[in-house]
Design a protein around this ligand. Structure first.
Ligand code: UD2
Length: 340
């Protein structure tokens, strides 16, 4: 859990609030923060997160879980955690409605949860002297007209309400930094993958879906010709970047793309997964998914300069680690099934 990033910045353990901490990226961030000596409070409404993602933290003296919604008044929600761990010093904010297509179907709900939740969180930060907020933004702020590779100075023109929430959230952060002294870093994640990514939804990440299907021997569906590309970044590298930004002044008041700078096609992902799993799954093609962008990959300069970010896990290794987790889950499910 060490990184290049750590050596460059002085980490400041303290009380960190992680919203959406039972989710995929949030729970890995909790692990990294605890490993760096922080006291961690998680708020999660368990709408898409799972307590099981935090099983390794349960019972620890430096960890507290609160089941609550980000759209609630956060002061009473956090009261017991503040009594126990002291004032919240830093926040990593993941809690959100994360499905891009759902945001298109129901933009009002989407804005209420995502932008409303971010505004509420920032008000809590302002009123309670929180030093810094790290915000889980997204490559969804860019559309298909963005250059390849895309940089933080490229025009951000979201193609979905979800992307609008994220971009507007960044403006909120900037406003709270300038007028209320709450520092921030906004991290625009590219395609994050790894253990604990839930494959069960139509909106799940492609790697989690394909590994799940491959292990089960079920058909794999590639939308379009499979030559569309993404920048896949392993979840522990992302969690490390979040923890570095949260615990130091690195990346203060900056927007930073977090990826690998490596462009990979969906066909290549499919071939590697079939090879790693030895799967007999059939691969079939369906028409392109509405709204899908064709190519996505980031420049690395800003993440390197501001966070000393250097991904440690390459794609093959990351896929192998994720596969081990998927197989572990499948085994646990089988055991639970036969015990019932
Ligand atoms: C990612 C993010 C999303 C948003 C968006 C911004 C994930 C899970 N989603 O969406 O939150 O930030 O980027 O642009 O990281 N595909 C298949 N078969 C499948 C599923 C997907 O071929 O069963 C293809 C899909 O058509 C797309 C690619 O795989 O071309 C990646 O899809 P995704 O849903 O994993 O991620 P993306 O880039 O649409």
């Amino acid at each position: 859990m060490t990184s290049n990033a750590l050596s460059k910045f002085v980490a400041k353990p303290g009380h960190v609030l992680v919203t959406g901490g039972a989710g995929f990226i949030g729970s890995h961030t909790v692990d990294h923060l605890l490993a760096r000596g922080c006291r961690v409070t998680v708020i999660d409404n368990l709408s898409t997160g799972y307590r099981a993602n935090l099983a390794q933290c349960e019972g620890r003296a430096d960890f507290q879980f609160i089941e609550a919604d980000i759209t609630q008044d956060l002061a009473p929600v956090c009261e017991c955690a503040v009594k126990r761990f002291g004032a919240v010093e830093r926040i990593a904010h993941f809690a959100a409605q994360t499905a891009v297509p759902l945001s298109v179907e129901d933009p009002v709900m989407d804005i209420q949860v995502n932008l409303g939740g971010t505004a509420r969180l920032l008000e809590y930060a302002r009123r309670n002297g929180v030093q810094k907020v790290v915000f889980a933004s997204s490559s969804a702020v860019y559309d298909d007209d963005a250059p390849v590779p895309v940089s933080e100075t490229s025009t951000a023109r979201p193609a979905s309400p979800y992307g609008i929430d994220k971009l507007a959230g960044e403006f909120f952060l900037d406003y709270y930094a300038r007028y209320h002294g709450v520092a921030f870093t906004a991290l625009r994640f590219m395609n994050v993958y790894g253990p604990r990514q839930d494959p069960s939804s139509y909106y799940s990440g492609v790697i989690s879906i394909f590994l799940d299907r491959a292990v089960a021997g079920q058909p794999i569906t590639i939308f379009d010709d499979g030559e569309q590309t993404r920048d896949f970044v392993y979840v522990t590298d992302v969690a490390d970047a979040v923890a570095t930004a949260a615990l130091s002044d690195a990346g203060n008041c900056a927007v930073i793309n977090i990826g690998t700078g490596i462009e990979v096609s969906i066909n290549r992902i499919t071939r590697t997964i079939i090879e790693l799993t030895g799967s007999t799954s059939q691969v079939r093609h369906e028409p392109p998914r509405p709204g899908d962008i064709r190519r996505s990959v980031t420049t690395m300069t800003r993440a390197e300069d501001l966070l000393a970010f250097a991904p440690q896990v390459d794609l093959r290794d990351g896929l192998a680690r994720t596969l081990a987790w998927v197989r572990g889950q499948a085994l646990a499910n089988t055991r639970r099934g036969s015990a019932a």
